[in-house]
Write a protein that binds this ligand. Structure first.
Ligand SMILES: Cc1cc2nc3c(=O)[nH]c(=O)nc-3n(C[C@H](O)[C@H](O)[C@H](O)COP(=O)(O)OP(=O)(O)OC[C@H]3O[C@@H](n4cnc5c(N)ncnc54)[C@H](O)[C@@H]3O)c2cc1C
Length: 485
């Protein structure tokens, strides 16, 4: 009996665990280690952050789903991986620490034959002084952060209703932050809520971003087909912000936040501050912070993980100039180069390089978005990693028939504002591939047939539909595997 150990029960890990168990059935063990007892559909946290959904609507308990599927679940945090075992045991294991129940605080060595690391991002608030829900800004990155953000937002909305002016600052809270799409969506939702209450004249809404041009979204921007002509996402994004009455600051790396004020440096090397009554700024992302040790107990973390704490996989991590980056640098099977039974799925894998052009201020501060790590690729990667692991277990062959490169994969970004069937609208952008391939598509970097932008209510309905569809799938209800990632 082979043991497949999955770390993390987010979009990538949960998908991987469900598929691994579905293929391997009772003959093999699938174990999930994750500290949060809930699964959360992260994209809908935006709606929690504006009070249109309750946290209960975006989460469900993992334990009953895993019990039904025959997956072993440990509510614990993975601390370190030991791919060669240790002096006491030959077999590879992960040290985990229980976070609840009678075992709380105790550690266990969980053995594995195959490891899938899907621990997502560490929300690195500490990298920016004063950032985060415990300090001076809000976050919508988790459902509890989003519920807290809504409480604070209500406060600002009440002040607006009393005739008091309020300023809102939404965007990236670190010079190298990613996830611009989520912050952008939240900014539009705030503008929508303010507009719904007819309070625009009192609200000053600002978008702050580390992008060189708006619409970069960490993927170097895109040329999209829209209404029969081709336009850069810069124009698309700026016109949407204008329409929603949102002003912007670009090329800005937020380095420090204090009560009501964000300090930032821009690419010209100037230092500025922006005051706010309410701020939601996305933190920098890092890996989960696990360590790795060899059988002698020596620390091999830097061999297994990249400097940002994300796991090294089958990518080309050679340092080379931006002009020499190639689509083939990107991984397709997510296998660790040092330990071939170790894989990383979703945000947990280290990208080979940024997609947006790296930029630096005259003071040497790097200010540009790191690659976006969206849900669809995370789910697809989780699935193919599980399929390949199951294939190895069943055939004994170390080959990988299933591949999923971000250079071949498309993605859809739905930026939806408002809620319900009549009151919402969305900007939908699809890009294919996510990472531009200038060799294959020398003119535009992507296939223009599938790289489009549309604004209207259809996209909003799609987002609402996806909320229910993906939660249905994640609950592993009848026919779940037929629903695409
Ligand atoms: C507000 C917001 C809105 C978004 N909207 C969209 C959208 O509309 N469309 C889209 O495609 N993408 C969207 N995204 C991005 C999407 O949510 C992520 O791509 C996706 O969640 C990544 O999946 P993941 O499994 O890699 O990480 P996560 O979903 O973060 O899951 C990581 C898992 O690992 C667990 N974990 C962490 N540390 C450890 C540890 N040490 N040991 C064990 N387990 C651990 C966590 O508890 C969690 O279960 C949004 C993101 C945010 C923040």
């Amino acid at each position: 009996m082979a043991k497949v150990l999955v770390l993390g029960a987010g979009i990538a890990g949960h998908t991987a665990a469900l598929y691994a168990k579905r293929i391997l059935k009772k003959q093999h063990e699938v174990i999930v280690v994750s500290p949060n007892s809930n699964y959360q559909w992260v994209p809908s946290n935006i709606w929690v952050g504006v009070g249109l959904m309750k946290p209960e609507q975006v989460i469900f308990k993992l334990a009953p789903v895993y019990k039904k599927q025959g997956i072993i679940y440990k509510q614990a945090l993975a601390l370190s991986i030991h791919p060669e075992g240790d002096s006491e045991r030959q077999k590879a294991f992960v040290t985990v620490k229980y976070v609840t129940g009678e075992q709380e605080g105790t550690e266990e060595k969980v053995e594995y034959d195959y490891l899938i690391n899907a621990t997502g991002p560490k929300l690195n608030f500490a990298a920016t002084e004063g950032l985060g829900p415990d300090k001076f800004t809000n976050s919508v990155c988790t459902y509890d952060h989003a519920a807290h953000a809504w409480k604070n937002l209500q406060n600002s909305l009440e002040k607006l209703e009393k005739g008091e002016k309020q300023s809102f600052l939404i965007g990236t809270g670190h010079p190298l932050a990613t996830c611009q799409g989520a912050a952008f969506e939240y900014a539009l939702n705030i503008a929508f809520e303010v507009n719904k209450r007819k309070l625009n004249h009192l609200a000053d809404i600002w978008w702050i971003s580390n992008e060189y041009e708006l619409g970069d979204f960490g993927m170097g921007g895109a040329y999209i087909k829209r209404n029969g002509y081709i336009t850069p996402t810069k124009i698309f994004t700026e016109s949407i912000l204008k329409e929603y009455g949102i002003q912007w600051i670009k090329r800005a790396g937020v380095t420090k936040v204090e009560q009501g004020v964000a300090h930032y440096e821009n690419l010209d090397g100037e230092f500025h501050s922006k005051t706010f009554d309410y701020a939601m700024l996305i933190p920098g992302f890092a890996g989960a912070g696990m360590k790795a040790f060899n059988k002698e107990g020596s620390d091999i973390t830097t061999e297994v993980f990249a400097a940002n704490g994300m796991m090294k996989v089958d990518a080309d991590y050679t340092t080379k100039p931006y002009e020499e980056w190639k689509s083939s640098d990107w991984p397709s099977i997510y296998q660790n180069p040092k330990y071939d039974n170790v894989y990383a799925a979703g945000i947990a894998f280290a990208p080979p390089h940024a997609i947006s052009k790296p930029m630096e201020s005259p003071n040497g501060t790097k200010i540009y978005p790191t690659p976006p790590r969206t849900g669809m690729p995370s789910g697809v990667i989780g699935k193919i990693v599980a399929q390949n692991v199951a294939h190895r277990i069943k055939t004994g062959k170390n080959d990988h028939p299933h591949k999923a490169s971000m250079v071949k994969m498309g993605a859809a970004c739905i930026v939806s504002a408002g809620y319900g069937f009549i009151k919402g609208q969305a900007a939908v952008m699809t890009v294919n591939p996510i990472v531009p391939d200038w060799e294959k598509y020398p003119k535009w970097g992507r296939n223009l047939k599938d790289t489009v932008g549309v604004v209207g209510s259809a996209g909003h309905w799609m987002k609402l539909f996806m909320h229910y569809m993906f939660l249905y799938k994640a609950k592993a209800k009848a026919g779940w595997a037929l629903i695409p990632e």
